[in-house]
Design a binder for this molecule. Structure first.
Ligand code: GLC
Length: 743
C-alpha cells in the first residue's frame, strides 16, 4: 500500500514540477483566458513582479522559462520611433529603423473621415509589426482646451464627438495587425507646461461630456488593449495610479480588460500603484542601468518595493495576479499571437501613398478670396516661395513623437516638382526661426543657419514678390521648444519670428499671396484680410510637400474641416478669458491647481455661448467646388427613449469639379434643467460627389445624442422635450434644421 501511495505522490510531484517548467505551447488551442490562468499558475513571484515593470527604456521582461518573449513597445502616434539604447534616450544608431512619418493626428481629425483613420492605423501597424514592436504608444486624444498646448498636434481637436469617431478605426486597424494601441494620456493632460505638477480641478459634467468621451470610445468601441496614464493629477492623485479614473471609471464602468501603462516617469507611489489600477510601470526615474547602480529597474515602485510588501504580508498576490493577468492578456493579443502570418512592411510605397492621401484629405482651405487658388500651372510663369517652413524638416523634434524618416518631402520640393520646368519657382527665406537640426540624436541633415539681418531678408522677399504671379508664404510654428513641442506650451498666440511683419510687407506689393500655415495649433492672423488665400497645412509627415502642392495646384480638391475653433486671440478662449490656465501654485510650489473654470464650454461651445466670432469656425473648410445642401428631413419628429432618428439631407455638387463635403449634424436642446451649449456636434458624414451629382446623406442618432451628464444622478440623461437638429457644412454655416420631440 505504502509503495502505491508513494508512487502516486511522486507522480503528482513530477507532474507539478513539469507544469511549472514546461513551456507554454504555441499550438495550445484552449481559449485565451484559460491559457492566461495556466500561465499565471506556473509563474513564480519573481516572474510576476518582473512582467509588470520595464527592464529597459521601451521593453518589459517576458517569462523565458515559460516561452513568453520580452515585450517591446515604442512611440509614437505618427510613426515608429527610431530605436534608442537599452537605457538611454539617445539613438542606438540602427540603420534599419527609418520610417514613414504619417500626418500628425490633428490632420487626421481634420479629414473628418473615419476611413482615413482606419488606413492610418493599418499602415502604422504594419510599420510597427515589421520593427518588432508589440505596442505603439498612441493615439493621443486629449482635448484642445488651449491653443497654447505644446502637444495639440498629437491629438484630435476640441470636440469629444469628432475625436471619439476618429480615434476608433485607428485602434481597430492597428490591433488588427497584431499591434496594441496605447491610447493616451488618460486623462485631463491638456497642457504641457507643468504637466508633472498640475492637479486638474474639473466638474463631473465637463469630465464626462468633454474630456472622457474619446477615451471611452477608444476603450469600449475601439477595444484598445492598453491605455497610458497621464503625468498630471486629478483630485490630488496621480493619474497613473488614480482610483477614480482607473478603478472606478476605466476598469469598472467601462469594463476595460487591457493594461494600464504609466507614462514614462508617471509612477510615484508603490501602494497607490498596487491598489489603484496601474499594471505596467515604465520610465520611472531611477538612475537606470547606465549610472552603475545594480539593476535600477529593481528600484521601480512595482519591483522590489512591491515584492517586499508581499513578503512582509502587507499584501497578498491578489492585486499582483490581476495585473499579471492583464499583462498576459496583452501578450496573447500581441507577442504570443501567432495567428498573424504578416510580418508588416517598412517604408513601402503603399505607406507613402497612405500618408499622402491622409495629408491631402486633412489640409484645410480656410480662405480663398477671388478664387486665387488653385494655381493654374499652365498659366503661371513665376512663383515665389517664402518662409522657413517651406524648407524646414518637421518630422524631427516635438518630443517623444519625433521620428527618423526615410524621407520627408518639403513644401518647396513639392511645389517645384508639381510645377515642373516650365514655371520659374524662386525661394526666399523671408525670416529665420529655429535653425536647430537635431532631436534626441536624430539629425535633419539641414543647415538652416542664415546670418542675414531680418530687414535684409524682408527686403529680399518683397523685392522678389513684387513681380511674381503668385507668392506662397509657408509660415506658422515648428517642433522646437515652446512651439508645437512636448514638455512646454507656447508663451503667446501670435506667430513667432516676426512673420506677421514680413507677410504684411509682401502683401503690400502683391495681391496674389497664399499663406500656408504649418502647425498643430491656431495662431493669430492680424493680416487675414490682406492676403487672398489661407491654407492650414498641419504637420503632414513624409509626404508633406507632395500633398500641399497637389492641393495648391488643384490636383487634389481640399476637403479638410477644422477640428478646433480658430480664435482671433486668447481673450476669446474660455480657459484664458477666465484666467483658468495654467493654474495657481500652492504654497509648496510643488503642485499647481488648474481649475477648468469654463466647464463644458470649450471651443465653439464657448464662442457661441459668448457670441464671439472666431477667425474660422470649428468644422470650417472650403473647397474648389460648391455644394448645395437641401432641406433636412427627420424620419420621425417624435421619439421615445428607445427610438433612433434618421436625419437625411440631399447634397449636390453644383460646381465644375469633383470634391467632398462634410455634412455636420448638431443638436440643440431647446429647454433643459441644466445649462447646455447652444449646439453640440452629434453626427457627421463625408460625401464625395462628381460635378452635378446629388447624394442623400443620412445620419442616425438616438437619445444618447440628446443627453447630458447629470452630476446628481452620476449618469447620462436625456430629458423629455423639444430639440432642434441642425445640419450644415460648418458650425457657423447651418443650412437647415428640424425640430424633434423626445417623449
Ligand atoms: C513621454 C510622453 C509619452 C511617451 C512616453 C515615452 O514623456 O508623455 O507620450 O509615449 O514618454 O516616450
Amino acid at each position: 500500500m505504502k509503495k502505491v501511495l508513494f508512487s502516486i505522490l511522486l507522480a503528482a510531484f513530477v507532474l507539478t514540477l513539469a507544469a511549472q517548467t514546461l513551456p507554454i505551447y504555441l499550438d495550445d488551442t484552449r481559449p485565451v483566458e484559460q491559457r492566461i490562468e495556466d500561465a499565471l499558475s506556473r509563474m513564480t513571484l519573481e516572474e510576476k513582479i518582473a512582467v509588470i515593470h520595464a527592464q529597459s527604456k521601451f521593453s518589459s521582461a517576458g517569462v523565458k522559462r515559460l516561452g513568453l518573449p520580452d515585450f517591446w513597445t515604442d512611440d509614437g502616434p505618427h510613426g515608429v520611433r527610431p530605436d534608442v539604447f537599452w537605457d538611454e534616450w539617445e539613438q542606438a544608431g540602427q540603420t534599419n529603423d527609418s520610417c514613414v512619418a504619417f500626418p500628425a493626428l490633428t490632420c487626421l481629425a481634420a479629414t473628418w473621415n473615419p476611413e482615413m483613420s482606419y488606413i492610418y492605423g493599418k499602415n502604422l501597424g504594419e510599420e510597427a509589426r515589421y520593427r518588432g514592436k508589440h505596442m505603439i504608444l498612441g493615439p493621443g486624444v486629449n482635448i484642445y482646451r488651449t491653443p497654447l498646448n505644446g502637444r495639440n498636434f498629437e491629438y484630435m481637436g476640441e470636440d469629444p464627438y469628432l475625436a471619439s469617431r476618429m480615434v476608433v478605426p485607428y485602434i481597430q486597424a492597428m490591433q488588427n495587425e497584431g499591434v496594441a494601441a496605447c491610447v493616451k494620456h488618460y486623462a485631463l493632460n491638456n497642457d504641457e507646461e507643468y504637466r508633472h505638477q498640475v492637479n486638474v480641478i474639473v466638474s463631473d459634467r465637463a469630465l464626462h461630456e468633454i474630456y472622457l468621451p474619446a477615451f471611452k470610445a477608444a476603450v469600449v468601441e475601439g477595444k484598445a488593449w492598453a491605455i497610458m496614464g497621464g503625468y498630471n493629477l486629478y483630485k490630488n492623485q496621480h493619474n497613473c495610479h488614480n482610483k477614480i479614473l482607473l478603478n472606478n471609471i476605466l476598469k469598472k464602468d467601462w469594463a476595460f480588460d487591457g493594461v494600464v501603462v504609466s507614462d514614462w516617469g508617471g509612477t510615484h507611489d508603490t501602494e497607490e500603484a498596487i491598489t489603484n489600477g496601474l499594471d505596467m510601470e515604465f520610465g520611472t526615474w531611477t538612475n537606470g542601468l547606465t549610472m552603475g547602480t545594480s539593476n535600477a529597474y529593481d528600484n521601480y515602485y512595482l519591483a522590489m518595493p512591491y515584492k517586499k510588501l508581499i513578503k512582509e504580508g502587507k499584501y497578498t498576490t491578489k492585486e499582483l495576479d490581476e495585473k499579471v493577468r492583464r499583462v498576459l492578456r496583452l501578450y496573447y493579443r500581441t507577442s504570443m499571437d501567432f495567428s498573424h502570418k504578416n510580418h508588416g512592411f517598412l517604408c513601402s510605397e503603399a505607406h507613402y501613398e497612405a500618408a499622402r492621401r491622409i495629408a491631402e484629405e486633412g489640409i484645410v482651405l480656410l480662405q480663398n478670396t477671388g478664387n486665387l487658388l488653385p494655381i493654374d500651372r499652365n498659366k503661371v510663369k513665376r512663383v515665389v516661395v517664402v518662409g522657413e517652413n517651406a524648407i524646414k524638416m518637421m518630422t524631427v523634434g516635438g518630443g517623444s513623437s519625433s521620428l527618423k524618416v526615410q524621407r520627408e518631402v518639403s513644401p518647396l520640393e513639392g511645389i517645384r516638382t508639381i510645377l515642373g520646368e516650365k514655371v520659374q519657382v524662386e525661394y526666399v527665406r523671408g525670416y529665420v526661426g529655429d535653425v536647430t537640426g537635431e532631436y534626441n540624436g536624430v539629425s535633419t541633415g539641414q543647415n538652416l543657419v542664415d546670418e542675414r539681418k531680418p530687414e535684409m531678408l524682408t527686403a529680399e522677399a518683397v523685392e522678389k514678390a513684387r513681380t511674381a504671379d503668385y507668392v506662397i508664404f509657408f509660415g506658422g510654428l515648428n517642433k522646437s521648444d515652446y512651439q508645437d513641442c512636448e514638455g512646454h506650451d507656447r508663451k503667446y498666440y501670435e506667430l513667432p519670428y516676426d512673420q506677421d511683419r514680413v507677410l504684411e510687407a509682401i502683401a503690400k506689393v502683391n495681391k496674389n499671396v497664399v499663406y500656408v500655415n504649418i502647425s498643430g495649433n491656431g495662431v493669430a492672423m492680424p493680416w487675414k484680410d490682406k492676403v487672398a488665400a489661407i491654407v492650414q497645412g498641419w504637420f503632414l509627415g513624409s509626404e508633406a510637400g507632395h500633398a500641399l502642392a497637389s492641393v495648391l495646384v488643384g490636383d487634389a480638391n481640399p476637403s479638410g474641416k477644422l477640428p478646433f475653433t480658430w480664435y482671433a486671440g486668447l481673450k476669446d478662449v474660455g480657459a484664458h478669458a477666465l484666467d483658468a490656465y495654467p493654474g495657481v501654485w500652492r504654497d509648496n510650489e510643488k503642485i499647481i491647481d488648474e481649475e477648468y473654470k469654463e466647464g463644458i464650454y470649450v471651443g465653439y461651445r464657448w464662442t457661441e455661448k459668448n457670441k464671439i466670432r472666431p477667425l474660422f469656425a470649428f468644422g470650417h473648410g472650403l473647397s474648389y467646388t460648391t455644394f448645395k445642401l437641401g432641406k433636412v428631413i427627420a424620419d420621425r419628429t417624435e421619439i421615445s427613449a428607445s427610438d433612433n432618428i434618421t436625419v437625411s439631407v440631399d447634397v449636390t455638387n453644383v460646381g465644375s469639379r469633383a470634391g467632398a463635403e462634410v455634412i455636420q449634424l448638431y443638436v440643440s436642446d431647446k429647454k433643459a434643467s441644466v445649462d447646455r451649449p447652444l449646439k453640440e456636434l452629434k453626427g457627421f458624414k463625408k460625401v464625395f460627389l462628381q460635378p452635378g451629382e446629388t447624394k442623400t446623406v443620412s445620419i442616425v442618432i438616438d437619445k444618447d445624442a440628446l443627453s447630458f451628464y447629470d452630476e446628481v444622478a452620476k449618469a447620462w440623461k436625456a430629458e423629455a422635450g423639444d430639440f432642434e437638429l441642425l445640419v450644415g457644412n460648418s458650425s457657423d454655416n447651418i443650412t437647415s434644421r428640424v425640430k424633434v420631440t423626445l417623449k
